[in-house]
Design a protein around this ligand. Structure first.
Ligand code: PLP
Length: 360
């Protein structure tokens, strides 16, 4: 544990070493193969970010955001860390804050899943609730101001805090894990967007490395990203709260870098949930809703590649574990209460896996 009596420089150096040591103790996340018919000549890979110590892709971002604030001199031994998060980021930030002996407060919508609240508090974090999704930003700024803390602000800094050149970012990890595959350079990488940081990292990395890989971003119902990308108007707001945790936003976030996105796909929420249940049935992987959204997008692109007579590989993510959604996406009563009819979407997914065709 580092002590507050250390002078600021010493304290910061020790804090950085602790974060680096955590990275050194962590193995890289797996790249699983999703079973598709061999004769299609197309391989689908799932980068499993649910195996990070804090259970989601946000483990990487949380470490980067806190490192970024440390090297900017914005955090010291008595700084309370503050965030606005739908959950995954806050879970990971609470873990690192505890490691550094810092208090952590996150502003979350009141409807955030109880599993995530429990996890944030398990790592010593405090939740501060707001009713409206769009209130989280101003409220997090106010909380930080009132306690003299530091607002980590994932939505603004995700694209800046992550090293897109490499440094074992998620993109570099995927490309090195594909080196021995029959299609080592993927035709498509398919991800969702919450902050937009993940798509920005992949998009910048493939351009920096001069790979022909295209980036597709999937978006759930009621999100502003798809509309903004389609119209070019970044001022779009929807005021809706996404029902697929972690992705989809009521406004276009500063870290959403539309210049690196080659395609966007809007995915019905019921299709996302049907897809993640299909994944569990076919592979025993338990994942969250945003993984289902990824799969629906990936299947559509694979069907197009087949129509165009192309072979190649497609990569997408398992973003977090399904354990967090036992009472929602995997609960038939909750699904019915949301008015979701999963059957037609499940039939569409199974038909695709049997024929390679995607029928809207
Ligand atoms: C479960 C889950 N999936 C996907 C994402 C999207 O990642 P990003 O914020 O990098 O766009 C998030 C972001 O919070 C998430 O929590």
């Amino acid at each position: 544990m580092i002590t507050a009596s250390d002078d600021r420089h010493t304290w910061t150096a020790r804090a950085i070493r602790l974060l680096e040591a955590d990275a050194n103790r962590s193995a890289d996340t797996h790249l699983h193969v999703f079973p598709l018919p061999e004769e299609w000549g197309i391989d689908l890979y799932l980068k499993d970010e649910s195996v990070h110590p804090t259970g989601s892709l946000k483990h990487r971002l949380a470490r980067s955001l806190i490192l970024y604030a440390l090297v900017n001199g914005e955090v010291g031994p008595d700084t309370t860390l503050v965030e606005a998060s739908s959950g995954s980021t806050a879970v990971s930030e609470a873990y690192f804050a505890r490691m550094l002996g810092l208090a952590f407060v996150t502003v979350v919508p009141r409807s955030t899943s109880p599993e995530k609240i429990e996890l944030i508090e398990f790592y010593g974090g405090t939740c501060h609730y707001v009713d409206e999704p769009l209130e989280v930003y101003a409220e997090a700024e106010r909380v930080a101001r009132d306690c003299g803390g530091h607002y980590l602000d994932q939505f603004t800094f995700a694209e800046r805090a992550t090293d897109w050149r490499g440094n074992n970012n998620i993109a570099e990890s995927v490309f090195s894990q594909l080196e021995m595959e029959r299609h080592p350079v993927p035709s498509w990488v398919v991800v969702g967007a919450g902050t937009g940081g993940t798509s920005a990292t992949f998009g910048r990395y493939v351009r920096y490395r001069c790979h022909p890989t295209r980036i597709a971003v999937v978006d759930p119902e009621g999100s502003a990203f798809y509309e903004a990308w389609r119209t070019g108007d970044r001022a779009v707001t929807t005021g809706c709260r996404s029902r697929i945790e972690g992705i989809g936003r009521p406004r276009v976030e500063p870290s959403f870098v539309d210049g690196v996105i080659d395609e966007m796909i809007s995915v019905p929420d019921a299709a996302s949930i049907a897809a993640v249940r299909m994944l569990r049935d076919r592979t025993a992987h338990w994942a969250g809703g945003s993984t289902g959204t990824n799969l629906v997008g990936a299947f559509q692109l694979i069907a197009r590649m087949r129509r165009e007579g192309r072979t190649g590989s497609v990569v997408t993510l398992i973003c977090d574990s399904g354990v967090r959604y036992a009472h929602t996406y995997y609960d038939d009563q909750w699904v019915a209460a949301q008015g979701f009819d999963l059957a037609p979407h499940r039939a569409q997914l199974d038909r695709f896996l049997a024929t390679g065709e995607w029928t809207p």
